[in-house]
Ligand binder design. Structure first.
Ligand code: SAH
Length: 213
């Protein structure tokens, strides 16, 4: 699990590229600069780790493109110590970014293989989400609700009601909505009953699936 000067140099270039593409939250850029993304890919694909591309991981899933991770995280407008629920743990890279930024992270993955592999791996690298769970993101994680921020990292055909219900008043839900492509959507909870919606253009994610295999 090496992280050498070559990797670090490539990360610097990636961060420069993300800045050019409009990412300006320095805490987000700093997390990306520090986290060894190449370790989240199979070692044979190491060369792809610092290109701004999505990439296949286990169980037919993908690690999101660095720009997408940076963009979604920037939309969260995260403050240290906030409670964040992530839907779709996947490779754990986004989870690591949130941990690095000082969030209290709760994360859910519906594929058992990925859930097991990633939970162990994050521990090995020293990233400690408060809780990593195996389950269905459509249900959220009621036991620990409400959350300051909720981040969905798969394409949702609609906005799950349970996630809206588990958001604090003043909190934000960032979710790509639609079939293909998805529209990056932010819901801000203004009061117990009212939400404000903002949209941020088209993205492509693997689908948020309802039935477990
Ligand atoms: N955040 C991840 C992105 C992985 S892709 C990363 O940085 O690598 C999206 C992930 O969402 C996949 O791992 C997929 O298995 C998972 N997923 C799909 N539907 C889900 C659901 N209903 N609940 C929880 N996770 C789900």
């Amino acid at each position: 699990m090496e992280d050498n000067f070559r990797h670090q140099g490539k990360r610097k270039l990636l961060v420069e590229k993300l800045k050019e593409k409009g990412i300006e939250d320095s805490a987000v850029l700093d997390a990306i600069l520090q986290i060894p993304r190449h370790l989240f890919l199979d070692s044979s694909f190491e060369d792809h780790a610092y290109q701004d591309k999505a990439f296949p991981i286990a169980a037919g899933q993908t690690i999101s493109q660095p720009f997408t991770v940076a963009f979604q995280t920037q939309l969260l407008a995260l403050k240290k110590g906030e409670k964040v629920l992530e839907i779709g743990t996947g490779s754990g890279y986004q989870t690591a970014v949130l941990c690095k930024m000082g969030a209290k992270v709760y994360t859910i993955e519906r594929q058992h293989e990925l859930y097991k592999k990633t939970s162990l791996f994050l521990k090995k690298l020293g990233f400690r989400p408060k809780y990593a769970s195996f389950g269905d993101g459509y249900q959220g994680l009621k036991e620990y609700a409400p959350y300051d921020k909720i981040l969905v990292t798969a394409g949702a055909p609609f906005i799950p009601k349970a996630l809206m219900a588990q958001l604090k008043v003043g909190g934000k839900l960032v979710i790509p909505v639609g079939e293909d492509p998805q529209i990056m959507t932010v819901l801000i909870r203004k009061s117990q009953k009212s939400f404000e919606k903002e949209t941020y253009g088209e993205f492509r994610f693997v689908p948020l699936l309802e039935d477990k295999n």
